[in-house]
Write a protein that binds this ligand. Structure first.
Ligand SMILES: [Zn+2]
Ligand SMILES: [Zn+2]
Length: 338
């Protein structure tokens, strides 16, 4: 079978390999589609060469069909439509003992720390697999993982109907957060500077602001009529956004750190003090977030067609990454794996 190995220095090599022998607690999935995530781009650029095991198959956003089940697998059968929650945990550390398996101290992020889904068939433990309703298309289902990220971020913010939220950054995750907030009847403004992303968000019915054209702080103050928002979702991983974030919140507002920062941030701590703001780290998702994401996909509640920019074949993986690298307007790129 075919697999795409990240080989270092912005290169993937397609190789024919023998399928792995299936463990008793695992299933073999025929991978239908696999998305390219921001993390995959970081890997491609060599930023995570110390963490991945070159040459390695990466990829973790996917959909597929069960091809074979291990001896002890009881929840799945050949032909089931599935997606994978790509986190494997140790079960013994303090986080696991507290039930926080998704932030296990020894977390194995499948597709980063161990082989991923950029291949025709992928063997995964049964406990990482979620069954999909028949009505979900496999193409849309490849977006369930990023949707689960957005569901988790929103759940951690603990907002209620009619609250007011600001999302900084309209990339795939920021856009999904804003769309799902709107579904939950939370008032939301999306701030973004890329004109294509702004117009896409506007077309999808979101309220948008370009902070290069409008003063974000003044505008949020005026629109909330409460001296600021209840929560800000920071999905740009930029210092510029971190500078403005505490100034957009009302008393006891929440800063949700969605972006992944490569270096320490500077934050206006006096504003945090004056307004008793809180800062929340959010990381990946828990089982219930995947369940919610699958439900949203099953209800066709999200405009996946508008979010998927382009499909490539697995063989064209190098073209797909080059394209994404050179297309500031691209949102989600999918690889058709089998
Ligand atoms: Zn991802
Ligand atoms: Zn653990």
């Amino acid at each position: 079978m075919k697999a795409a190995f990240y080989s270092g220095q912005a290169q993937f090599k397609i190789r024919q390999i023998n399928p792995v022998s299936l463990e008793n607690d695992s299933v073999l999935i025929n991978v239908a589609y696999s998305g390219i995530c921001g993390t995959d781009i970081h890997i491609y650029h060599g930023a995570m060469d110390k963490r991945v095991h070159i040459p390695q198959v990466i990829g973790h956003e996917m959909s597929g069909i069960i091809e074979k089940t291990g001896k002890n697998v009881s929840g799945f059968k050949k032909g089931d439509k599935v997606t994978v929650r790509p986190l494997d945990w140790c079960g013994a550390c303090a986080a696991c003992r507290a039930g926080l398996f998704h932030i296990c101290y020894k977390l194995n992020f499948i597709g980063i720390d161990s082989p991923g889904s950029y291949q025709e068939s992928w063997a995964v433990k049964e406990r990482n697999v979620h069954k999909l309703p028949e009505t979900i298309s496999l193409r849309n289902a490849a977006l369930i993982e990023p949707v689960a990220v957005a569901c988790h971020d929103i759940r951690m913010a603990g907002l209620k109907e009619n609250d007011f939220a600001v999302v900084l950054g309209g990339g795939p995750i920021g856009l999904l957060i804003a769309l799902i907030l709107k579904l939950k009847k939370i008032n939301v403004i999306l701030s973004e500077i890329n004109s294509f992303r702004l117009s896409l968000a506007g077309k999808l019915g979101l309220t948008i602001i370009n902070p290069q054209e409008e003063n974000l702080e003044t505008s949020i103050n005026e629109r909330t009529k409460a001296g600021g928002a209840d929560a800000v979702f920071e999905a740009t991983a930029s210092q510029t956004a971190a500078d403005i974030m505490p100034r957009l919140l009302k008393s006891r507002g929440k800063m949700i750190l969605v972006g992944i920062y490569s270096k320490p941030l500077q934050l206006d701590t006096s504003r945090i003090f004056l307004r008793e703001l809180s800062l929340h780290g959010v990381r990946v998702y828990e089982e219930e977030d995947f369940t919610e994401a699958i439900m949203l996909a099953a209800q066709n509640a999200l405009p996946f067609n508008e979010i998927i920019t382009r499909d490539f074949k697995l063989d064209e993986i190098n073209d797909a990454f080059t394209y994404l690298d050179n297309s500031p307007n691209a949102m989600k790129i999918l690889l058709q794996c089998s």
